[in-house]
Ligand binder design. Structure first.
Ligand SMILES: NC(=O)c1ccc[n+]([C@@H]2O[C@H](COP(=O)([O-])OP(=O)(O)OC[C@H]3O[C@@H](n4cnc5c(N)ncnc54)[C@H](OP(=O)(O)O)[C@@H]3O)[C@@H](O)[C@H]2O)c1
Length: 346
């Protein structure tokens, strides 16, 4: 199969948003010729591009667990793509692959860095799920609960950013384990979605509340305290949850999205050492890439839950690579309704 176009639209990082929100001019739309694949490479056409909060960190030069995107380089991102040309043994035109080829319509990639998708294993589940519930965000929910949260039947679990790509899965897994699940999110319709459609037990809108008001709202729904806190956001929500810990609580530090625009600067707030001590609580940072070895187990379990209707998943899909910057800015501001994706090609 030949490429259907000779030009490749792509977004380059044009400026680093340091100490401020991302703006559209931080990205530059560039039109380049489609690259020919070299030896042991494949040329892919992007079908879906995943937009994820971690990309905000890669736009910054601050030290992190991964190298920043260089100025002038293609914005990083995971995609589901279709091979249009292969010069790599074992890969053929028409194969579907997962690759970290970024915000662009076409990419020549070394075959050793792409993963071929076995479509028969996916069955009738959508390909886009490989970037969401069956991919990195789903794995985050699954492994963070399995290795740190360890929710047991009858326990109370608080999930922040509960309607998002990670949060909606984390809450449903906790429900499957027999827990009472409380959600925080920043919009009434998001809370209606997780309580009415996904079966979470209670929802709290964090917007406009200081830590004390939010702590009181959590306490009203969790009078015996929180056994597990799955924190995707940090900041005020984190403080409010820390005021509500049950004995031997487990706190998953999964994300700190409230502080991503201040990356590299200290996140100043209350010290919770005493609360951790008194409650003999465990607080641990989580990184999904530490769990690659158990990925097949996760995919099999999650696909089974999806087919059984025990896990449901909402996606927020925009069309065309040109839509990526605005959709990404919307994701950071809470405009997304579920897992944020760009459908780059049909
Ligand atoms: N550690 C890991 O391995 C790992 C892996 C994947 C994701 N993560 C982290 O998990 C978190 C969720 O990621 P996701 O992909 O599932 O994104 P998401 O929840 O689908 O989207 C991000 C959400 O964050 C919320 N948000 C934005 N600014 C906020 C603020 N100042 N305070 C509170 N909430 C805010 C918004 O929802 P509201 O309407 O509720 O404000 C927004 O919709 C992120 O922090 C991400 O970095 C970590």
């Amino acid at each position: 199969m030949a490429p259907s176009a000779s030009t490749n639209k792509r977004f380059l990082l044009a400026a680093r948003p340091e100490g401020r929100a991302v703006v559209e001019s931080d990205f530059k739309l560039d039109v380049a010729p489609v690259s020919a694949p070299g030896a042991d490479q494949i040329l892919l056409r992007t079908l879906f591009l995943s937009l994820d909060p971690y990309m905000r960190g890669r736009m910054s030069a601050a030290r992190s667990y991964a190298a920043p995107v260089e100025l002038g380089a293609v914005m990083t991102g995971e995609v589901v793509g279709e091979i249009v040309e292969s010069r790599a043994p074992g890969f053929a035109a028409g194969d579907i692959v997962l690759a970290h080829s970024g915000w662009q319509e076409y990419a020549a990639q070394p075959a050793k860095y792409v993963e071929r998708v076995d479509r028969s294993q996916l069955g009738d589940l959508p390909l886009s799920y490989l970037l969401g519930v069956l991919g990195m965000p789903g794995a985050t929910a699954y492994f963070a609960l399995d290795t740190i949260g360890r929710p047991r039947s009858g326990e109370t679990v608080l999930i922040s950013a509960a309607a998002g790509a990670v949060g909606q899965v984390a809450g449903q897994i906790a429900k499957l384990k027999g827990c009472r699940v409380i959600a925080t999110a920043g919009a009434a319709d998001k809370l209606a979605y997780v309580t009415q459609e996904l079966g979470f037990d209670a929802g709290i809108d964090y917007k406009g509340k200081d830590a004390e008001a939010l702590a009181a709202a959590i306490a009203a729904h969790a009078p015996a305290g929180l056994d597990v806190f799955f924190d995707n956001v940090g900041g005020v929500t984190h403080d409010a949850a820390m005021m509500n810990l049950a004995l031997h609580a487990r706190i998953i530090i999964c994300g700190v999205i409230s502080a991503y625009d201040r990356v590299g600067q200290p996140d100043i707030g209350t010290r919770w050492n005493r609360q951790l001590l008194v409650k003999r609580a465990l607080m641990q940072g989580f990184l999904v890439s530490d769990h690659r070895a158990r990925w097949p187990e996760f995919r099999m379990q999650m696909a089974a839950w999806l087919r059984q209707g025990r896990i449901r998943y909402r996606e927020d899909i925009v069309d065309g690579i040109e839509a990526a910057p605005r959709a990404f800015m919307g994701l950071l501001a809470g405009a997304n309704r579920g897992k944020m994706l760009v459908r780059v090609a049909a």
